[in-house]
Design a protein around this ligand. Sequence first.
Ligand SMILES: [Fe+2]
Length: 326
Amino acid sequence: MASIDVMRDPTKTGKAIRAQIRDTIPKDLALETDFKEGTKYTITEHVIKLMDELCKDPRTLKVFTSLVKHLHAFARETGLTHDEWRLAIEMLTRAGKESTDFKNEFILLSDTLGLSVLLDELSHPRPDGATESCEEGPFFTVDAPELPSGTSLIKDGTLGEAMFFECTLKNLKGEPVKGAKLEVWQADGDGLYDVQYPDRVEANNRARIIATDDGIANFHGVMPTAYPIPSDGPVGDMLAATGRHPHRASHLHFHITAPGYDTLTTALYPDFSPFLGTDPVLSADKAEWANMGFKEGDVTTGRVHIWKYAFVLASNEEVAALKAKK
Ligand SMILES: [Fe+2]
């Protein structure tokens, strides 16, 4: 930035900012071209050069150099106007002000722009045959209770139709994964996560389930229904401006961890969804409900959704080998 002296100098304050910067940068930090008569000045090069000279941390330098290059290229490519940039700044300001512990507009933005899932793809590449990953979404919390397999996910009074979920956890060789934990979180039958209830006192519809050494985990709870992501904030405005809707098909979220295996963040969608498409079925057999852990009176609609899935985890070595190839 221009120094205070330069800003106060009436012969200089009328100059374009790039000229002010040029005049105040020590010569040894400025680009050669800045001082050559008739050469085209590039503000991008200037900022990069400054960081190159002053930033001590190589990774920070790499990230910010790339950020400046791409941000400037974006402005040039789109011919970004002041009004548009002001709108973007207002949106980001609102995103900060309207974010809470349980509704983070920046996570929504990252998810809806596809950045979250891209980062996961880059950090956790999956070998063929391993379960695909997807974004975590904005409703993960750290207070889910740790419970054994066979547990109930819900508190009394939770809305929704009964559901039993069971999965196997295997590696790419088809062997059971030992020591796995399956963190699950989901919406209820009204399409709402526990954190969306203002009177939430404890975790509901979420748990960290300890799988058996045979690589099996199950729980019972309610079938989630479709829900819109929060669209009353700036991200909702962005979706509307780009012609997108905020609705998501019903789904279950998972973080799956196990010693020696790459963490899997994923979600399952029922077969009527246009996304991953797995296959819950229905059971009307009361004896079967008891085996799933439901007590008398738990099932009020005369049927239980049964959802089974086989997760395939990649080992740390398999993921490291894929990363090394890139
Ligand atoms: Fe979700």
